[in-house]
Ligand binder design. Sequence first.
Ligand code: PLP
Length: 281
Amino acid sequence: SKMLYNDQIMERDNVIDIEDRGYQFGDGIYEVIGVYDGEPLMMDEHMQRLERSARELRLTLPTLVSDIKNKLEKLVEANGLVEGIIYMQVSRGIASREHGFPHPDTSAVTVAYTREEKRETSLENQGGKAVLTDDIRWLRCDIKTLNLLPNVMAKQKAVENNAVEAILHRGDIVTEASASNVFMIKDGELYTHPANNYILNGITRRKIIQLCDELNLKVNEQTYTVNDLLNADEVFISATKLDIIPILKVDDHVIADGKPGEITNQVLQAFRSLYQKSVKN
Ligand code: PLP
């Protein structure tokens, strides 16, 4: 298949330099964009978040995001991708290994590839289990950086416990999950951690909040505790491509009656309608 390397669409190859700062320091940013029916979903929102991540890390993007967007669309086309994801990252570039920023002439390195991936419809419909784990990440979780080791360790705990996700908590406060945002529902209202430095403000999360507004469902962007989570009426996680997955059990604790909830389902149906033409089940 084809990849994007800087401004060129080429055969996928091992072109990463060992002194790429993304490789050595995790010094870079990334986005994962869902593709449904050959169309990237919410591409502009992803590009805006990429710009923000770059700005926060003082990383100069090599081109306008409109050019990147254009190239990513060409890549989807070149690979004939129908359903899957685009992974793209921008590192601070290739330079002799010093922690401080490289010479200003060093240009950032953009790479992207696509992956075919079916939606997790059975998990979306049936729900899954999550584990709890300490949120040991840094204090700028709002930036989508390549530094994902705490997320990797958390997710591995989920994998080893046959869970779909690891829900993170900082002290008593539920922040998000290893690669998704967390919503809980109590007495007909949704709660999710405010979009500050403690979480990544998911594109899916933002869209859900917007959809809830249209559905007249109240969303409280407010912190809540682990105890609130365990005593919720419904819990779900949200992320690109995963969409919305009901969480029925957290560690050994069954959430409410242990079945996917009504509001979760309502939000899931509304979310699916965003790419309705590709929905087959
Ligand atoms: N939180 C974290 C830590 C993530 O890695 C992700 C990415 O998938 C999300 C939340 C969800 O973000 P999005 O909906 O933009 O995929």
